[in-house]
Design a protein around this ligand. Structure first.
Ligand code: SF4
Length: 279
């Protein structure tokens, strides 16, 4: 087993009989919306997807941006980028900002009807002249042409912003509908590398609408509370890979007997394909 991946966790999964609040991060809400089956395997049965490689360069850019905006937070001045884009705001100074940015804590809210503690770690929060908080998310990439948030796969970015806005509102703050992506694009159009990667930085506004969140939470709770594993998406390459692998590996080599005896994975029935959990 790799040191980075534990394929079968022994803790931190949903127990329908427990009365304890269950922590649900915004990325797991996204997982549920992407595939209820993967979500169920992860949060209910403790079998999460293997992680990808860490994005060290992206983390470095996030870190540097945070440092830079923190200087302006301490001085309560606008960053030159905010001025360049005509954004009348300053980085928000608050005793919780460190916790809100912490991946293991984040902004938290206890959603009573599901007993979920919903969490999300923000990159930054600014405050405008109307005393409304502005959610800010840093993104980095390297691509030819202008960056934008128009691609279909970037729905996750928008949902991320909307969950952060929702969480801050639930914590009693006035939050602007407009959030910003500070998008850094590594410039590969240079004659010499010289050991330096320079970035073009663009601020992209986004108007959030978190009306879907309540339904998603209730749907996620219903999914986790059931005893049936949701169906796989027939177009998902990973599940097709698993099915193909299982079809070619002889039964005796798959350890099925061991799994059944240990009782780790109950003999759940398959949910009918297409069954929706969202209300
Ligand atoms: S179809 Fe299978 S591998 Fe693909 S996202 Fe769903 S459970 Fe995960």
């Amino acid at each position: 087993m790799s040191q980075y991946y534990n394929p079968k966790r022994k803790r931190n999964f949903f127990d329908p009989k427990s009365g304890e609040p269950f922590r649900l991060s915004r990325s797991k809400i996204d997982l549920f919306l992407g595939c209820p089956r993967c979500f169920y395997l992860d949060r209910r049965l403790g079998v999460g997807r293997p992680p990808g490689f860490p994005f060290s360069l992206n983390s470095a850019v996030d870190f540097l941006l945070k440092k830079e905006f923190d200087i302006h937070r301490a001085e309560q001045t606008a960053h030159p980028l905010m001025e360049a884009y005509g954004i009348k705001a300053v980085p928000f100074e608050h005793k919780m900002i460190g916790e809100w940015r912490d991946n293991f804590k984040g902004v938290q809210y206890h959603h009573q009807s599901t007993n979920f503690i919903v969490t999300g770690a923000v990159d930054d929060v600014w405050v405008n002249l109307k005393n409304e908080l502005i959610v800010v998310d840093y993104k980095s990439t390297s691509k030819n042409g202008e960056v934008n948030i128009d691609a279909e796969w970037q729905i996750g970015y928008k949902r991320q912003m909307e969950v952060y806005q929702w969480l801050l509102r639930k914590n009693g703050f006035d939050v602007s509908e407009t959030g910003y992506f500070v998008y850094c694009n590594g410039d590969t159009d240079k004659n010499a590398f010289d050991g330096k990667l320079e970035f073009n930085i663009k601020i992209i506004p986004y108007t959030g609408n978190g009306n879907w969140i309540e339904g998603a939470l209730i749907g996620a709770h219903k999914c986790l509370s059931g005893d049936k594993i949701p169906a796989a998406d027939k177009d998902c390459d990973y599940c097709n890979y698993i099915n193909a692998a299982q079809s070619v590996v002889p039964r005796g080599r798959r350890g099925e007997k061991k799994v059944k005896q240990s009782g780790q994975i109950p003999p759940f029935q398959q949910e009918k394909a297409g069954q929706a959990f969202l209300l």
